[in-house]
Design a protein around this ligand. Structure first.
Ligand code: HEM
Length: 216
């Protein structure tokens, strides 16, 4: 298990797996599988995957601690960056196909429709996290400030769920499932924080290249 988790091939394989949702969407686009409202289909698919990757990224720390596989940290940065990547696709589809680059329309949408406001906030919060996800930025910022900034991923998770809850018109079943998953993942962190003896934050930052795009 250890050799699988530390192999660069595993990382390369995971990278390719993370591209599958995009590949499927492109396949659907070329084979006429986007249905009667292609823009909405693509917005939904990319929105779903943004939220899923945020949740998957937040799963890494609990999983590595619970199953005692510290090597899992190697994948966290990549997963976090894929959340941002799908968020960029989501926003790009909204910008191009939905709003057709109508910047006034977009600003009005952000100001008027509360689910757009909260989604936009969640997306904007991911930008500094993606930029500062490298080892160089951890050194430049210092572990404590870096970890504090990267807690913004929790706000993105909450914003993503609220965005979903507010945009659905009737059946809130699926957004509630996401809400439950995020509540467990964030609740676990609160529990973990208060149930262990305090240690300096710097010690919690992984060394060199294998650092993470998000904090614990
Ligand atoms: C730039 C900011 C964002 C904009 C402009 C935006 C816009 C949209 C729009 C227009 C829809 C489709 C609404 C409809 O069909 O009625 C949508 C759906 C969705 N968005 Fe966003 N969004 C943004 C950010 C985010 C972020 C950051 C997340 C997740 C963390 C997210 C997750 C979702 C989800 C889960 C859906 C619904 C998918 C489904 O119905 O299956 N969005 N978004």
């Amino acid at each position: 298990m250890n050799s699988i988790l530390t192999s660069r091939w595993t990382k390369a394989a995971l990278f390719l797996i993370c591209l599958v949702p995009l590949g499927l969407l492109i396949w659907e686009a070329f084979t006429g599988g986007l249905g009667a409202n292609p823009t909405q289909f693509m917005e939904h698919a990319t929105g779903d995957w943004t939220l899923r990757f945020v949740a998957i990224t937040l799963c890494v720390t609990p999983l590595r601690k619970l199953v005692k596989l510290p090597q899992l940290i190697r994948f966290r940065r990549m997963l976090g960056l894929f959340a941002f990547f799908y968020g960029c696709c989501h926003f790009a589809i909204y910008l191009t196909f939905d709003q057709v680059f109508d910047l006034h329309g977009i600003l009005a949408d952000i100001a008027k429709r509360r689910y757009i406001t909260v989604g936009f906030t969640g997306f904007v919060l991911m930008i500094p996290l993606a930029i500062t996800s490298t080892a160089g930025w951890i050194r430049r910022m210092g572990g404590k400030r870096w970890a504090l900034l990267h807690r913004a991923i929790y706000l993105t998770a909450v914003a993503g769920v609220i965005h979903f809850l507010w945009l659905v018109k009737s059946d809130i079943h699926v957004p509630l499932e996401y809400a439950a998953v995020m509540a467990i993942l964030l609740g676990w962190r609160v529990y973990d924080h208060y149930s262990k003896p305090r240690r300096p934050l710097r010690a919690a930052i992984p060394a060199r290249k294998e650092q993470a795009a998000v904090p614990d």
